[in-house]
Ligand binder design. Structure first.
Ligand code: ATP
Ligand code: MG
Length: 586
């Protein structure tokens, strides 16, 4: 490609809303342009890198035997009502109506579509197992789209769906997806950490997320230095510990009855522990949560629960949400807290709580002689014994694990890192095949239900993450496998003998099957060099009059250039490109 025939529109400065390197560089290099909030378009050079990422993913999925297909992006609302997710998905799902007033969905994911399509094609066990995938447009009405294509509203996802007869077969399909993911990420120069993950509104169990470490990551990873334990904080558990008294020894049971004590002007846990001369570990913190679409019976108040946890710990809303099989949990509004606790905010507690069911974190159950809110203004209860003085509806692990907590598998001390989720694999089971009534005849002629797994990779986010991991002060440094062009041929001036040499080189390289950008623009050499660096083309060949018959070859990531006879340059360049690709593919 000649630079004069494509669009190179680099910017000196990134727009103000671009705060992370990949977003800034994609804008500055002119790879993407913004059409609206969370709506980014790929320009011709950007699209080339995008297609490479897409194709590497495609090749690796094909290698493990997955089958690509192309369903529509617009889906009938019907199938979402069948699966029960029409209401569960919440405001992220864009639901237009067609001219006939029928509900439609702009695909935010496609479990329903694939399930419905398989329902129409699957008859016999002989067809199973198989995994279908698409690489296609998704729309999610994200509240806060940010970081450019890292979290857009419209984006491209590879999503795959496996159909199996039994758990053993599903385990194999799942493992195949994991193998394909690892191979694809490696080829793109990304090193991923796979972590245990929360399955969110998707439902099901057995899931891993493929994360890249990133300072600007949206996810927090909990990692153990001693063993392989790695989990998203939304799912991480730690070794339970016993509640300690102010003397540092395990708390001891009391046979004293619960007693009300006045606690005037005490608002925070700090003030309370100061007032009572104790530690936060003696306090049962109680938070009133509003629960949307709970999948378990909450009794009493259908939409609210009182969640109790030891005073020094925090409730993890993702874990709570999963426990209650809810679409969303959120701290209750002040008015609801007042109504449920009969007191101002700050005096909630599980004892004598009649209006909402109590959910206890495991930490509460080792507490003794504890302090809780008294359900009255300026009143607390002391001598509270969990189990004796209140009975939770459920006791479970809903605590936020933190660095310093202890690994449940090996006793190591956790540390944490920020990461971005590139991909996700999970075992769904029969959630969709059952609700949408997919069946096949097994070898005994009996009607059976297949089980599913689903798998997703964000193509745009993967592209942006490659840039996050491969750039310097001058611009992008593409790994060879995903570079929009592999080689830039830059004549200092596109004229005379330099033009002749550059044209010849361009022809030779193109004939060797290499992807070349010839900078034939009538610009100062400094401008051209800057642009090629910003664009991140891995290998640059400069044709300057003073060096002829030699040309200058330089890798984007190297500090020095090398002089090579122009007649050898094409072959040398081909070898460099092949070597770089081979290293990534190894
Ligand atoms: P997140 O927690 O980041 O919102 P998610 O759990 O909603 O991700 P999945 O439903 O598992 O994501 O989607 C699969 C993949 O699609 C993600 O791993 C991510 O790479 C990509 N993805 C999800 N949402 C977006 C988005 N708004 N913009 C770009 N990519 C996205
Ligand atoms: Mg999301």
């Amino acid at each position: 490609m000649k630079a004069s025939q494509t669009i190179i529109s680099t910017l000196r400065d990134a727009p103000n809303d671009a705060v992370i390197a990949s977003h800034q560089l994609m804008m500055r290099a002119g790879l993407i342009r913004k059409l609206g909030n969370g709506l980014y378009s790929y320009m011709p050079i950007g699209l080339r890198a995008f297609r490479k990422v897409e194709n590497i993913i495609r090749q690796e999925l094909d290698n493990v035997g997955m089958l690509e297909m192309k369903p529509t992006v617009i889906q009938p609302g019907e199938i979402w009502k069948e699966s029960g997710r029409w209401d569960k998905m919440g405001a992220e799902m864009l639901k237009p109506q067609n001219r006939g007033g029928q509900d439609m969905v702009v695909s935010p994911t496609a479990e329903e579509a694939f399930t419905a399509l398989v329902r129409d094609s699957l008859t016999s066990y002989k067809q199973l197992p198989f995994t279908l995938y698409q690489i296609n447009t998704k729309y999610r009405d994200e509240i806060r789209p940010r970081y450019g294509v890292m979290r857009g509203r419209e984006f491209t996802m590879m999503d795959a769906y496996s159909f199996d007869r039994d758990q053993a077969s599903l385990d194999e399909s799942y493992e195949k997806a994991a193998v394909a993911y690892r191979a694809a990420f490696k080829r793109m120069g990304l090193s991923t950490i796979s972590v245990k993950a929360d399955t969110g509104a998707m439902g099901g169990s057995g899931s891993e997320e493929f994360m890249v470490e990133s300072e600007v990551g949206d996810d927090t990873l909990i990692l153990c230095p001693g063993c392989k334990y790695a989990a998203n904080v939304e799912k991480a558990s730690c070794k339970p510990d016993v509640a300690l008294g102010a003397d540092g020894k395990p708390q001891v049971a009391t046979d004293k009855a619960v007693e009300e004590i006045p606690t005037p002007d005490v608002k925070t846990i700090e003030q309370l522990t100061e007032f009572l001369k104790t530690t936060p570990q003696a306090f049962i913190k109680t938070l009133i949560y509003r629960v949307e679409n709970a999948g378990v019976d909450l009794g009493k108040e259908k939409k609210f629960v009182a969640v109790c946890i030891r005073g020094d710990l925090d409730v993890n809303e993702a874990k709570l949400c999963a426990l209650l099989k809810a679409s969303e949990v959120e701290l209750a509004e002040e008015a609801d807290v007042i109504r449920i606790t009969d007191a101002p905010v700050g005096f909630a507690g599980p004892v004598k709580m009649t209006k909402a069911s109590v959910i206890c974190d495991n930490s509460v159950m080792t507490m003794h002689d504890a302090v809780t809110g008294g359900l009255k203004k300026d009143i607390h209860f002391i001598h509270v014994e969990p189990g004796r003085d209140f009975t939770p509806l459920m006791t479970a692990d809903v605590r936020t694990v933190q660095p310093g907590d202890i690994c449940p598998e090996c006793g190591g001390t956790f540390y944490s890192k920020k990461g971005n989720e590139l991909g996700h694999i999970f075992k769904l089971g029969d959630k969709y095949t059952k609700s949408m009534n997919v069946t096949y005849l097994d070898e005994n002629g009996k009607l059976s239900t297949p089980i599913m797994g689903c798998y997703g990779i964000g193509v745009d986010r993967t592209l942006a993450s490659i840039i996050e991991g491969h750039h310097d002060d001058n611009g992008i440094c593409w790994p060879m496998s995903v570079a929009p062009y592999q080689i830039a041929v830059v004549p200092v001036k596109y004229d005379g003998v330099m033009k002749e040499t550059a044209d010849k080189l361009y022809d030779e390289l193109t004939k060797l099957g290499l992807e070349v950008l010839l900078d034939d623009r009538n610009e100062r050499p400094g401008v051209k060099f800057k642009d090629m660096d910003l664009l991140g083309i891995p290998l640059r060949i400069v044709v300057g009059e003073k060096n002829l018959p030699n040309v200058e070859m330089k890798l984007r990531t190297a500090s020095d250039a090398e002089l090579v006879p122009a007649t050898d340059a094409a072959e040398r360049a081909a070898a460099i490109v092949q070597k770089a690709l081979a290293e990534l593919n190894a």
